[in-house]
Design a protein around this ligand. Structure first.
Ligand code: NAP
Length: 251
């Protein structure tokens, strides 16, 4: 999560919510807004929203750094995978915490942001956080922290599943004689077109698959092989492993 959302920031107020993402970004924000990095860091106590975006393993150190600065009226937004709201609240001594699971397409405004807020978060604070999340894509509120761990496995890590599938799809294209550029064009446009058709047609995705699959045809040959190798089952098992890993990270 970094520079993509920055491009929407036009005032110091908007930028301060990003100050905990990346030291380099603090410098980038300061240069862009012609202020000293120190002025941005000195405002840690006044930014309406403080976004925690370090690796889960770096959270304890960050809590120690940040705790002295936080003021009662601020809302803390954490995107750290697996780190529970309770851990953030006790680490920072601060109750108003929203846990968010974004994903990397947020960098181009096509993110999927799933969030859950602690009871101490006011309605006004939550509206502010929702506006922030909608600036980078779609935002979905869920009813439990467990659902955030589940979203981590579905949409948080999801882009990597698509890229992993695309890598092997392109390998298959190369083996069939296409150049690397042609392989990328065929796979990228097919992914873009298939997803857009799915959104446009508003029919179950299985129906769209069946529309491409005629009995004894080429698609059926590939899908039969995927089923025989239990590709679908392995995919579901892998995603369940991601969910369990999110739980482990929170312990
Ligand atoms: N990448 C994803 O797809 C994704 C999706 C959803 C959620 N997340 C969550 O987003 C968080 C960041 O992931 P990432 O992949 O973007 O990691 P990353 O590239 O390592 O970014 C973390 C940044 O935080 C900086 N940092 C570390 N400790 C700091 C501190 N005490 N004060 C200020 N900055 C500090 C690091 O700076 P240095 O490099 O100088 O240490 C680094 O630039 C993780 O908690 C992850 O679970 C990631």
């Amino acid at each position: 999560m970094d520079a993509g959302v920055l491009s929407n920031a036009t005032t110091l107020g908007q930028c301060q919510i990003l100050l905990q993402i990346d030291k380099e970004d603090v410098a980038l924000i300061a240069k862009r807004l012609e202020v000293s990095p120190a002025q941005i860091l000195d405002d840690r106590a006044t930014a309406p929203v403080v976004l925690l975006a370090v690796k889960p393993q770096s959270a304890p150190a960050l809590f120690g750094e940040l705790k002295p600065f936080l003021a009662p009226g601020q809302v803390v937004v954490s995107i750290m995978a697996g780190v529970t709201i309770g851990a953030v609240q006790s680490g920072l001594g601060h109750e108003a915490v929203v846990r968010v699971m974004p994903n990397t397409p947020a960098q181009i405004g096509l993110g999927m942001n799933v969030y859950y807020a602690a009871p101490a978060v006011s309605a006004a604070q939550l509206r502010g956080v929702e506006a922030l999340l909608q600036a980078s894509g779609q935002a979905l509120a869920v009813a439990s922290e467990d659902a955030i761990d589940a979203a981590t496995a579905i949409s948080g890590s999801g882009p990597a599943y698509v890229f992993f599938f695309a890598e092997h799809w392109m390998q298959a294209a190369l083996k069939l004689g296409f150049t690397a550029d042609q392989a990328e064009q065929l796979v990228q446009q097919t992914l873009t077109g298939a997803t857009a058709l799915w959104k446009h047609q508003r029919v179950p995705v299985a129906t769209l698959r069946e529309q491409v699959t005629s009995k004894g045809g080429t698609t059926a040959a590939a899908l039969e092989h995927f089923q025989q190798r239990a590709i679908g089952q392995h995919l579901e098992e892998g995603i369940d492993r991601a969910y369990r890993r999110a739980k482990e990270l929170g312990r």
